[in-house]
Design a protein around this ligand. Sequence first.
Ligand code: RAM
Length: 534
Amino acid sequence: MSTPMPDNQAVARKTTTQFNQKFAEVAESCRPKLHEWIERPLEVMSFKPDTSAWFQCHPAHRMTIDELASTPVGKGDDFILDFGGHRVGYFSFHLGAVGNNIDAPCRLRLTFGEVPPDVTENLADCKSWISTSWLPDEVINVDWLPTNVDMPRRYSFRYVRIQVIDTSQQYRALFSDVRVRAVSSVSPETFNSVPALNDSRPLLHKIDAVSQRTLRNCMHTVFEDGPRRDRRLWSGDLRLQALTNYATFKDFALVKRCLYMFAAVAGADGSLPACLYEFPTLHAASDYIVDYDALFGAMVYDYAVASSDLDTARDLWPTVVGSLTTALSHLSPTTGAFDSARSDLWKFLDWDLTLHADAGMHGVVLYCCKRVDALAELLGYPPRYEAAIASMTAAATTAFYDSAAGVFVSGPAHQISWLSQAWLALAGALPPDQSMAALLRTMKDPAALKPLCPYGWATFAEALAVCGAKEECLKLLETYWGGMVERGADTFWECFDPKDYRKSPYQDYRNNSYCHAWSCSPAWLLRSVLFPDS
Ligand code: RAM
């Protein structure tokens, strides 16, 4: 039995979609062309158990790809192809045969691994509460040999494990011309022409490169959250992807497309879903997250500033206003503070379910109101949220600030978390020097609750950079994202706890995504905030 999903996940969006055909058409007009290129595996290898290694195994060379082409394989043979780096695309190979008589299909199991455990561990007993149908293995039967085999689904991987379930006693199979037709909306030319970072530290260059590869591998006909899982557009992830894209590939049309897709599926109450699907046709997911909804206006503001496309911002203005309604309905009429208990809707901020969300949510909503008023100013509209901003700024101190401790606290147990400080700092609830002091104090407090996923860590890193704690921000990038690089990441992971490779928001790390959108933001922080001359 797998674990039941957390309660807040079971709360569906409480509105009906008012599908906006005109917005859907604008989104369609911005559909990107997908670029394709061929990549081939570098070698045939295996993993040996190694308890000193992060994923408990180390790689060992078995044979070259040329040797594989002349090595017949049959029942029980098992080998791993290493493509040398993370790829997203369509896998194909030529399957030949040697023997007297090809008298039966060739049955294969193929497992596509983003990281070593995908191809070393048994996936069949995965206990995660999200669907195990995401697990990256397939059994195929190839009827007539020799033939070319083109796998129809798109995969996300560095390693491909091939287990020969059976050929027959009459013949053995031969693998050649193994390749992946890699795809992304970012062309190889664009990918290779992003100017280098204006700093000489090698680790920062690696972090920058891995961030860009993460973003590129998530960019398809939408900004996907992960090319392996969930392969769809989530708004919280989109904010970080869009900002990183402005600092690197500058694909404004793809951001515009995604913003219009959300606007096309707004609810009757003005709210936006947390994520949406483009297949089989554009529609809203039932998932709803209060903070993701509120962030839409900030995303439109960021887009307008980066692209100078004010027409889009004007067109989306009513959607922006609607998207703040649910978040604002959580403000207590007596204290002016965000009160999660005012609804059972999902307040996210990060996957750690022990996080008390009120202080951080107060910060998100205040941040969004300020961004939306900045957008109004850009568009020549009167400010809309001045009163809310004033009362929320006051309430941030009265309801959440512990002046003796010099940090923000949340809930009856006065929880001190990194995310409460981060969002209230980004919201400018206190002057930057005081915000910076709260951030730094929290970092030194061993009892303070840290984020679980890079989404939360990215928020904290952004807050440090914005408040002027640039050295601390760099150190955080080097230890947290650099920690993934040191452990072999060539795209950044959905979840990373340096003390535990099995950590997962889903109860089982085998369903984690290892190329995840919300982890790509160092390339943006490094370029736009820390080294703006890059
Ligand atoms: C995960 C998704 C996505 C995130 C949501 C809240 O399931 O992969 O990245 O935005 O959670």
